[in-house]
Design a protein around this ligand. Sequence first.
Ligand code: FMN
Length: 344
Amino acid sequence: MTNQSNNYQAWNDALADFPHNALITEQLSFLLRYAVLAPSTLNSQPWHFIVHEHTVLVQPDLSRWEEATDLSQRQMYISIGAAIENFIIAASYFGLSVSTSLSPFDNGLFSVLLVCEQSHGKMTALAPLCHAISSRSTHRGLYRSEEISPSLLRRICEISYDTSIHIIRDRRQRLIVGDIMLESGMTAFSFSSLRRGISRYKRSNLTRDHIGIPGNTMGFSLIKSFVAPLAIRLFNVVRLNYKQQKDMLRSHTPYFVVLSAKTDTCIDWINTGRTYQRISLVSESLGIRSSVWASPIEMDNGRRRLADLLSVSKPQLCMRLGYGTAYPHRSPRFPADAVTDIII
Ligand SMILES: Cc1cc2nc3c(=O)[nH]c(=O)nc-3n(C[C@H](O)[C@H](O)[C@H](O)COP(=O)(O)O)c2cc1C
């Protein structure tokens, strides 16, 4: 992997033809091309796959877990949940059904076993979302104030995978959620260890790396994209950009979405990731954009305020939702075969 275009090749890989007549291990390896396009915290892609006969074992890759920003490993598992959801949607689209089970892995970690079999033509209702997997990306820009129709919002609410979905439209509540996001962002960025952790994943627009967040996905010019990693390491950039961020959250975020669970276990986090990915794919297929803010959940005070506001037990993920004003840039990926072992 030496030239820049290769670190974006994974987005094209998913568009190849499904190998209908190949061995099941080849088919499962193909489906992992969809899994790796999932969103992940800091674009760390903290997953590793082992394909054996008709199964895929999904393991966390601790070398891509950033402790400073994700002490509990919640975000790592949410990312893994999103990758699993992509895999299951693509499997259904190409004629396979998948059952999942959690199994202990190492050092208190968990992996997820996916057992796949022919579905004999039965597709799940979510299978058509397969088309949205390679067009989705996180949209961190301004959203128009345009309303999303009640029937679309209902559709988004109906696709939960064992997770509560709160869509916040009411102006008073939106202002409160926006303030919680901003204040927890400023608190998070006041910790130098967190700033260092995040800056390790910031990349220039010309990056050749397969992980990390290029500046253009945040709307940065080329020069700003080179300066950003250092600036993020040294300064509280949320505080420095307070006015701009406040304007984005107050005037350019027509909807917030909060996902929550009753408890705070690895299963809740994986389910949250699956629900998040369903929402982002349904939204994408309807022309609606989404983005995530981790800080309101990771900062205790923000999480408590969100829980009180919505009368929920354990908020897990906070999203912005709305019609976007511009098409966002993509971020790079490791190709599926670089993160997969096949056991013959
Ligand atoms: C658990 C989780 C937490 C995330 N937190 C943030 C965040 O706080 N701020 C942000 O801008 N993006 C956040 N993201 C989005 C990722 O940065 C994004 O998915 C990644 O850079 C890959 O880009 P893509 O989604 O456009 O493919 C988060 C994603 C996940 C799965």
